[in-house]
Design a protein around this ligand. Structure first.
Ligand SMILES: [Zn+2]
Length: 192
């Protein structure tokens, strides 16, 4: 199904749903009034003809309400179906040529649910704090490995401050995964 057509159809459906809920409201209002009138007639016990008229109008309204409910269920189902339809097959309206969208050649990004298994680069996961699916933001911090390498360089007679290099090399630093939505620290990948 072509994209623009489906957009149009979705718009039509929501418009009809709108109209439907307005009509339902009207019917419900009318039913309330009718209910009061019927009750009044019953209490006074006069004017049989008007009473049956009111009753039959009530029944008609009930019937219409039922039809509207069914239509609403239909529309919602159709809406759901349209939204779910993937755009695998998209036809070009202007040229009449059928384009078939090929599925992406790269594998879909994997969502890593166990935060302990997060790699050292940004990854998709479910934030344990806000429960949202996010791609983590990573920053690095100085971890114990950097200090260790620094210490080793000093022991081996490193001079002129090159023992500080480990603090600048990302490979020696810890990686902190943060949630971009709630800014919580999700996990720290330690080198040790
Ligand atoms: Zn979060």
């Amino acid at each position: 199904m072509p994209g623009p057509y489906r957009e149009q159809e979705l718009a039509n459906i929501s418009e009809e749903l709108n109209q439907l809920s307005i009509r339902r409201q009207q019917i419900n209002d009318r039913r309330n009034v009718l209910g009061l009138l019927i009750e009044f007639r019953q209490n006074t016990g006069r004017n049989e003809q008007q009473y049956s008229q009111l009753n039959s109008e009530m029944q008609e309204l009930d019937k219409e309400l039922e039809v509207l409910s069914e239509r609403k269920i239909q529309l919602l189902a159709e809406q759901e179906r349209l939204r779910r339809t993937t755009r695998l097959i998209d036809t070009s309206v202007s040229s009449g040529v059928i384009f078939v969208e090929t599925p992406p050649s790269f594998p879909a990004p994997q969502v890593i649910l166990d935060v302990q298994l997060l790699p050292r680069n940004p990854a998709q996961t479910q934030c344990p704090f806000c429960r949202q699916f996010v791609t983590t933001e990573v920053t690095t911090t100085t971890g114990s490995v950097a200090y260790l390498v620094c210490l080793i360089s000093i022991v081996f007679g490193c001079v002129a401050g090159c023992c500080l290099i480990p603090f600048c090399v990302d490979a020696f630093r810890d990686v902190v995964h943060k949630c971009p939505k709630c800014r919580s620290k999700i996990h720290t990948c330690k080198k040790l």
